[in-house]
Design a protein. Structure first.
Lengths: 391, 172
């Protein structure tokens, strides 16, 4: 994009403010173009990750219990331990809304503290029997999520993602500033025909950019916050867990079979939560997100509280709830960012809207890069022809 | 629409979209639909604007400034709704109303609360117990010989129920 594209007449020199924004818009966009194209493509698939996982059998389906009693969680734990010797249960996950009747059993190698290489196994809540799923290998959505969120580089990749998101935010805001003088001459929504393909592409770029501005700002700003997700969660949990360990620490419990079983930890944590809250995850003692003695139990409410969990630390030796932690505001911001970024918190209409906006953004990213390349090509041709004429 | 007004429109649409996206996360039921419409408002406005341009109801490019750099002349605009004939207005209003009703119809059943497990009354339970009897039980209790239709014996349960119904009708 050049100053001439903004609709400023030949006799007018653009202000320093406008030129700065032009520069910012051009270079932020160009730097982000290739990664952003990948993000748009992978993001489109990830919008439908639940449907894809179900279709590919990543998560087995089971009859919903609809509030009826399920078999003790400890039975599922025992079944998993018996089926996979040499491994330990690191966490249990219950998502009655999206995966009804199924218990996620996350397993790692014995003696491992990290959850990064956790393998997902599933049991049926009604029978506590293992169900086959494809969650323990590399799944399509898992692969794409790793590419989308971490660029296969872990925390460094997440920070890189945050940088790309920041570039996109800057590009959007500077784009609006650059658009201001342009819209004085060409009405909003006008696509000029017949002059040159470049002009039409420029009009399309401006028009589509204007209508997806709000959506793109939300998605890129939340993407920026999510880029700090693992880092912030790690720092916060380590700080909080270190304090718990300091105040309530004691002899470590056997992480394979703690004296207090998962059902007792579940009940103790539920009793400590407000009415109507449900337990979504139980992390066993001896992981990066729990102490060597305490279970970390995550619980969610309904509405906005569904996204903002609370954490109960349950003593693995005597079943006491030693602390209930409410995430700080910056953690809450990151937690709320996740659904707002992926658009997976509503039904099919919301997912369709997200897909449409993603594709429109994909288009303006590619066409913006083409506009820049086309102008450079034009300049090169112009200087070549000048060189031929001048001698 | 050009100039400051267009910029305001774009900023307002972006803001509405952001409110809609955040609102959907917080709201349930009909409010969810309202916020969804807000989130989709910029796309809707864009489509309306394009359609408006195609009908040629507005000048899309402002006149060129003169060499002396005179200020740009205001662009003549006419609100697209005003250019429509009355039947066209009625047609559009009806289509919009139908779309809204269709959305409501789609959303309302989704919000219906699931019914609890079926608990039969005493008479319903007796009826269920009767229907669960094996075929031999019905054959034993038939008042008349098995009815044969086109070479096939009529289902014993069906014949038994027909006999019972006939008896009760006769008694009446």
């Amino acid at each position: 994009l050049k100053a001439a594209d903004t609709g400023i007449g030949p006799g007018h020199r653009p202000s320093a403010w406008l030129r700065a924004n032009l520069w910012l818009h051009r270079w932020c966009s160009l730097l982000a173009t290739l990664p952003f194209l990948i993000l748009c493509l992978t993001g489109t698939v990830l919008i439908f990750h639940k449907e894809i996982d179900v279709a590919l059998g990543v998560v087995p389906t089971a009859q919903s219990l609809d509030g009826a009693a399920h078999r003790p969680l400890a039975e599922s734990v025992n079944a998993a331990l018996a089926a996979y010797p040499g491994e330990r249960v690191a966490m249990l996950g219950i998502d009655a809304q999206h995966y009804p009747g199924v218990l996620l059993v996350g397993m790692t190698a014995e003696g491992t503290h990290e959850l990064e290489h956790m393998k997902n196994r599933f049991t049926e809540l009604a029978t506590a029997s293992l169900r086959s799923g494809r969650g323990d290998g590399i799944t399509l959505t898992g692969f794409l999520l790793e590419l989308h969120g971490q660029w296969f580089m872990g925390v460094v990749g997440e920070l890189l993602g945050a940088l790309i998101a920041l570039l996109v935010v800057l590009s959007l805001v500077s784009g609006l500033v650059v658009y201001a003088p342009f819209v004085k001459k060409v009405a909003f929504g006008a696509l000029r025909r017949g002059k040159s393909p470049r002009l039409r592409q420029l009009d399309l770029h401006n028009f589509i950019g204007a209508i997806v501005l709000g959506w793109a700002l939300v998605v890129s700003a939340t993407g920026f916050l999510l880029g700090f997700g693992t880092l912030v969660t790690g720092v916060w949990s380590q700080g909080a867990l270190a304090q718990i360990q300091l105040h309530y620490g004691g002899a470590p419990v056997d992480p394979l079979r703690p004296p207090v079983n998962a059902d007792q930890a579940y009940q103790a944590a539920l009793a400590a939560m407000p009415q109507g809250w449900t337990v979504s995850s139980i992390i066993f003692p001896g992981t990066a997100y729990s102490t060597d003695r305490h279970y970390t139990v995550l619980a969610n409410g309904s509405g906005l509280d569904e996204k903002l969990f609370r954490v109960a630390l349950v003593d693995g030796a005597d079943g006491r709830v030693v602390a209930v932690l409410v995430p700080p505001w910056y953690m809450k911001a990151i937690l709320v960012s996740q659904p707002l970024h992926f658009g997976d918190y509503g039904g099919l209409p919301l997912k369709m809207l997200w897909t449409l906006c993603t594709w429109l953004t994909l288009f303006i990213t590619a066409n913006g890069a083409w506009l820049w390349w086309d102008r450079r090509r034009g300049h090169r041709r112009h200087s070549l022809s000048n060189a031929e004429v001048s001698p | 629409m050009t100039g400051g007004r267009a910029l305001w429109l774009i900023a307002c649409l972006a803001f509405l979209c952001m409110v809609g996206i955040a609102g959907m996360l917080l709201a349930d039921g009909m409010l969810d639909v309202f916020f969804f419409l807000l989130a989709a408002a910029p796309l809707g406005a864009g489509l309306a604007c394009r359609w408006h341009m195609r009908t040629g109801a507005v000048e899309t490019v402002a006149p060129r400034p003169s060499a002396e750099g005179q200020a740009l002349l205001p662009v003549r605009e006419q609100w697209w709704w005003g250019r429509l004939s009355l039947p066209a207005k009625i047609f559009l209003a009806v289509v919009t109303a139908l779309l809204v009703v269709a959305l409501l119809v789609l959303v309302l059943p989704m919000k219906a609360h699931p019914v609890g497990p079926f608990v039969p009354t005493q008479s319903e339970q007796a009826e269920l117990d009767l229907y669960r009897q094996p075929e031999a039980w019905f054959i034993e209790r038939l008042a008349a010989p098995r009815i044969v239709v086109a070479g096939d014996a009529l289902d014993a349960k069906f014949q038994y129920l027909a006999e019972q119904r006939g008896n009760s009708t006769n008694a009446t």
